[in-house]
Design a binder for this molecule. Structure first.
Ligand code: ABU
Length: 367
């Protein structure tokens, strides 16, 4: 049995050990404030909840299993979570919701920084217990790696005080949503620290964190205090009417090169650290699809939700022909991976994974 070492400081160093999610027993949760704010107003998901159809679960698992086997074939160790029963309600003294979500995608829950894996607070009530899917792996890593730091951010209370009621109206309209995003008026309030791990990108000594629906300023401040040896930068992307998770918006490929969603450009005043250090930020290619698959929360921009295996090799969803072509032109070896039928379970190739080990140490890319 190969012993575990937890170590990962960025999004691009050679990947040697990773967690890949599972679709087992995934549910569409009932309405709740933060989740509803993310579901597009014309989505087929509005008003639906319950266990996802078995054939879609089976298909998603087939694709996730294939992805895991392909990674293993390239010498990367792959671990899988142990699904809890997501049909159970989530109840605390502060809230109740009738079902949970799933153990997809791990990137939302687990943030690896060096030898630490940090369980995020999360901001959806239906995801409050999601960390339990990963606890068997955390226990194993703790037993095997004497330097592993298993951390959990303070569990939030998620009372109604955590959510702006303005976002609860049925029809807000994209124009108003864009205005609110530009004003940094998001569904989550500043009641208590909230963050999802997928709002954080790791650049060695620097952590870049999206302020949006799933991460508030207190969450970013909590991360700053928790990682005192890091510089933590808050960013926001005014072109996104549903801003959750940074990894379909801003995608570092290697030192010096980042893809940015052309509809969600990083504002000029937030580019200083990149331009001062000669990093190039290029517009990502257009998605190949003009709509997400059925019952999917995410946008078509999962096209740029790629998994970098090393600074020259990247996994891209196999139907995303324009994104693959662009990667090729940028000098990357492209590994096409079929995953679109699993998108509805919470995301793409970056989302459905969580780093355990990448070679390399903590570099300062922005001295
Ligand atoms: N979890 C990433 C989703 C981002 C998007 O819908 O564009």
């Amino acid at each position: 049995m190969q012993k575990t070492v937890v170590n990962s400081w960025n999004e691009w160093d050679p990947l040697k050990h990773v967690i890949v999610g599972r679709a087992d027993n995934c549910h569409i949760p009932p309405e709740e404030p933060a989740l509803d704010a993310k579901v597009p107003e014309d989505s087929d998901m509005r008003g639906q909840w319950g266990r996802r159809p078995q054939e879609t679960i089976d298909r998603a698992n087939e694709l996730l299993d294939n992805f895991a086997s392909m990674l293993e074939g390239r010498g990367i160790r792959v671990d899988r979570p142990t699904p809890i029963d997501h049909s159970l309600p989530a109840t605390t003294p502060d809230f109740h919701t009738d079902s949970q979500f799933g153990c997809m995608p791990p990137r939302d829950v687990l943030l690896t920084v060096g030898s630490e894996m940090l369980e995020a607070t999360m901001s959806y009530r239906c995801r409050w217990f999601e960390y339990l899917n990963y606890r068997p792996l955390m226990q194993q890593y703790f037993n095997e790696d004497p330097n592993f730091r298993h951390e959990s951010a303070p569990k939030p209370r998620l009372t109604d005080a955590d959510y702006h009621p303005d976002y609860l109206s049925e029809k807000i309209g994209v124009e108003k949503r864009l205005k609110w995003t530009a004003e940094k008026f998001f569904v989550t309030t500043e009641e208590e620290p909230l963050f999802d791990a997928a709002d954080v990108l790791r650049f060695g000594r620097d952590l870049v964190v999206q302020h949006g629906f799933t991460t508030n300023l207190k969450g970013i401040e909590w991360l700053r205090r928790h990682f005192p040896d890091h510089r933590v930068h808050a960013v926001n992307f005014p072109g996104d009417p549903y801003p959750i998770h940074i990894d379909a918006t801003f995608t570092p490929l290697r030192p010096g090169l980042i893809l940015n969603n052309p509809q969600r450009r990083l504002p000029e005043d937030q580019r200083e650290m990149f331009s001062a250090n000669d990093w190039e930020i290029v517009d990502a290619a257009q998605p190949a699809h003009n709509a997400p698959p059925p019952l999917c929360y995410s946008s078509t921009w999962l096209s740029m939700n790629v998994l970098v295996l090393d600074p020259k090799t990247v996994c891209v969803e196999a139907s995303e022909v324009y994104q693959m072509e662009q990667m090729d032109k940028l000098g990357m070896e492209v590994v096409p991976v079929e995953l679109r039928d699993a998108y509805a379970f919470g995301g793409g190739l970056h989302c459905c994974t969580a780093d355990v080990y990448r070679e390399g140490g903590c570099e300062d890319y922005f001295p």
